[in-house]
Design a protein around this ligand. Sequence first.
Ligand SMILES: Cc1cc2nc3c(=O)[nH]c(=O)nc-3n(C[C@H](O)[C@H](O)[C@H](O)COP(=O)(O)OP(=O)(O)OC[C@H]3O[C@@H](n4cnc5c(N)ncnc54)[C@H](O)[C@@H]3O)c2cc1C
Length: 388
Amino acid sequence: MRSDFEYITLGLGGLGSAACYWLARSAGSDVLGLEQFELGHVRGESQDHSRIIRLSYHTPGYVRLAKRAYECWAMVEAEAGESCILRTGGLDLAPRDSRIPLDPYMSSMRTEGVEFEHLDAGEIMRRWPQFRLTPDCHGLYQSEGGIAMAARANTAHQRLAREHGATLRDRFPVTSIRSVGGEVEVVAGGRAYRCRRLVVTAGPWSNPVLRWLGRELPLEVTQEQVTYYSTPYMREFEPGRFPVWIWMDDPCFYGFPVFGEPAVKLAQDAGGRAVTADTRTFDPDPANTARVEGWARTYLPRALGPVHYARTCLYTLTPDRDFVIDRVPGHEAVAIAIGAGHAFKFASVIGRILSELSLHGATPSDLEPFSLSRPILNEKNPVRSYMV
Ligand SMILES: Cc1cc2nc3c(=O)[nH]c(=O)nc-3n(C[C@H](O)[C@H](O)[C@H](O)COP(=O)(O)OP(=O)(O)OC[C@H]3O[C@@H](n4cnc5c(N)ncnc54)[C@H](O)[C@@H]3O)c2cc1C
């Protein structure tokens, strides 16, 4: 079994599968991807049918990154011969005095030349009568918003990586890493592998991996959940009639049209308790479900119906909710990305950026906001603000 590779990726969830794909496009069989569980497992952050993708973001930098993500997804789709993105339109909704004001979203999109519509409650309900809003509500509609087909996109990245010659090994936990003379030694399955560049995309296991390099970040892993409801009004919630949407307040809720299941998916963002990847359970929290249903009874009553199923999933949150995408100071051969609970839509571009850092040592994307050196990541007890 070969033990020297130019590039190794640790962790094959959404971001790592994308990194393997982009690395393999250039480096083919010099790429090794290692995953501790089976490909497509549900213990991390990246499975299920759907994730929201949108250009609507609160800073111009995120809007630019989202534009590049759409371009990268289009390249993946063209090569894979299948869709990963379904455009349904996206709606950001909020009361006028909401905890997450819509103004920064509007100004960021204006700065980046993204077209959107600013709608009052009456107009929103005229177009989507499924909503029951109070007159103080308003919303942003952006037509590129939609669904990133998570499980399907992960499979597409993995398949294409293998077609380009990469080796992807699942059920293969990495048990240590260390820098050796500008390269990296990775121990997995009882053997030592050597590589020129290592990409770490370990999601909720990021701190255990970083500890091997003598680093620890103030991350909080939370146990989140989504619930599929068998609405009796299925047709009203089909894609084409109903958009993806986010309720931009605290608590923050979001949802999808009928997709992947004969049901609509509703959830609260960052509404889960702090756990670790080892202490998490797979049991939905009834209090979280009650919050989602309470909101929906008021604002989206026809979406509710019998619970089709509920599923738990993890977020790996930085205190400021910005990503980490950087090389590890003191270990320049190691690049890492942490998704902060909103990275799936960006998986394509983050994978590409990680490949650019590994192959060329530079990327055209601005990584300053995602730096490991930003002050908040070096505080012991930082103030956490997840509603951005
Ligand atoms: C309920 C929910 C809803 C979400 N909604 C959205 C959304 O609408 N839009 C959006 O953009 N994002 C959303 N996200 C966030 C997004 O899904 C994540 O940011 C993204 O999937 C993170 O991917 P990842 O590859 O970093 O992590 P993961 O998918 O967890 O992958 C990490 C992988 O590393 C492996 N690993 C770890 N340690 C080792 C080791 N030592 N050896 C080998 N393998 C190892 C793990 O087994 C795992 O497979 C949501 C997340 C959740 C949970």
